[in-house]
Unconditional design. Structure first.
Length: 427
């Protein structure tokens, strides 16, 4: 069936979600995607951060998946035991920051990994029921994670109040910060402004810090616009959390697994969270998986407080182990090719370029007040699509530029030249 017909029928049978472009995917090969009409696209989306190893996946990951699939896939991982699950848990404990005993809970998606983190920190100390989250954040779409999410009002449209006890504070966004401390020149001033807001306003007029269970953050905001906070922010946030006995929850669902040139993005900020959530790329582009890695003492107090059906799937976990191994080998290359992205993006007629490794955001604004130029952003996405390059939006007027980590310098330059041509023709 041709693209047009599939799109038409899909609109009849599939729920309304976030689809924009009429792209009907058929197959993928490395950094290239093909639609059912035979058109070829260079991928700068990594399947929203899932296909860090390319399409459909790295050949070694496919081999591991096939071998495990022929033995056992669903393994009742929360009711019985299996070796791939143990191996992946041990690997994650070893690779995540923090030289202290940790444990792992497995699930199937990012939102579930976040839900588990909320349960962990709220049951740990019953007098701590509040959670701090950041404006501009995205943590998922089930009720707990949705309550933390604050990147667009439409995400909660007509749902009314979500989970009580979530307090949102501004994220230190150097390009648009509510205190108008402009640009990257004074990053520490911005960090201090956010922390002062938290300590001197929230903690002194709204909620006692002893009632706060956790501070949940993205090390770089993804859906919110690929926003990179000042270098020292998380170190200082950690001090506030430690001084007040509050757990730090680092959501690495989008930025983890090598995207920023380190295995986990928080490693770029020299800070150690108590809980880390991950999903997306951990499944190598093949299998859904979520994982919540946490300080051992935060473990669920009673058997049965938390569990699920599919967590600890033996194929997903075997794939996870292999994926981590390959991502680790790719990290030097991510940083090398990342420089090509930084250099080339900086030459384009865009209003802001930010990122690290292979996690880049470009933003389009209008006027002195930096009003979001959503129209131009959308035209760029459509324009490059017509020329065979896939990119995704983020925030109100940004584009995320996130190719698979296996991309070569040549392929990077090819895609970037298409992007530059379209951006420059529109401005
Ligand atoms: C930072 C972050 N957390 C959580 C999620 C939710 O993940 P999922 O869509 O797998 O539920 C996302 C999804 O984009 C994300 O970017």
């Amino acid at each position: 069936m041709e693209s047009r017909k599939i799109v038409e029928e899909s609109e009849q049978f599939l729920a309304t979600t976030t689809r924009d472009l009429p792209l009907v995917l058929d197959r993928g090969e490395g950094v290239w995607l093909y639609d059912v009409d035979g058109n070829k696209y260079l991928d700068f989306t990594s399947g929203i951060g899932v296909n860090n190893l390319g399409w459909p996946s790295h050949p070694e990951v496919i081999r591991v998946a096939e071998a495990q699939m022929n033995k056992l896939a669903h393994a009742m991982g929360n009711d019985f035991y299996n070796l791939p699950q143990l191996e992946l848990a041990k690997r994650l404990v070893q690779l995540t920051p923090g030289d202290f005993p940790k444990k792992v809970f497995f699930s199937n998606s990012g939102t579930e990994a976040v839900e588990a983190s909320l349960k962990l920190v709220r049951q740990y100390d019953p007098k701590r029921k509040y959670l701090i989250a950041f404006l501009g954040s995205f943590h998922g779409r089930t009720y707990g994670s949705l309550s933390l999410t604050a990147s667009k009002p439409v995400q909660k449209y007509l749902l009314g109040p979500t989970l009580p006890g979530v307090i949102h504070v501004p994220y230190p966004n150097p390009f648009r910060n509510p205190w108008h401390i402009d640009g990257y020149e004074d990053p520490e001033g911005l960090t201090e402004a956010v922390l002062e807001y938290l300590e001197s306003w929230i903690f002194s007029s709204l909620v006692d810090p002893e009632e706060v269970a956790g501070i949940v953050f993205e090390p770089i905001q993804g859906e919110g616009g690929y926003v990179v906070p000042p270098k020292g922010f998380f170190r200082k946030l950690e001090r506030v959390a430690r001084d007040n006995g509050i757990a730090l929850i680092d959501d690495e669902v989008q930025m983890g697994m090598g995207r920023t040139g380190k295995m986990f993005a928080i490693e770029n900020f020299d800070s150690t969270p108590d809980v880390i959530t991950m999903a997306k790329a951990l499944g190598g582009g093949l299998y859904p998986i979520g994982a919540t890695v946490f300080r051992k003492e935060l473990d669920f107090k009673k058997k049965g407080m938390h569990s699920n059906t599919f967590g600890g799937n033996a194929v997903a976990c075997a794939v996870g182990v292999k994926t981590l191994e390959i991502v680790k080998e790719l990290l030097p290359k991510v940083n090398e090719v990342g420089k090509v992205f930084r250099d080339e993006l900086s030459l384009m007629k865009v209003d802001d370029v930010r990122g690290m490794g292979l996690a880049w955001g470009i933003e389009f604004v209008k006027g002195e007040k930096k009003d979001p130029d959503t129209k131009t952003r959308d035209k760029v996405i459509e324009g490059v699509f017509k020329k065979g390059l896939l990119v995704l939006p983020a925030g109100k007027s940004s584009i995320r530029v996130i190719p698979p980590l296996i991309i070569s310098e040549e392929e990077a330059k090819l895609g970037l030249s298409v992007l530059r041509e379209v951006v420059n023709s529109l401005r």
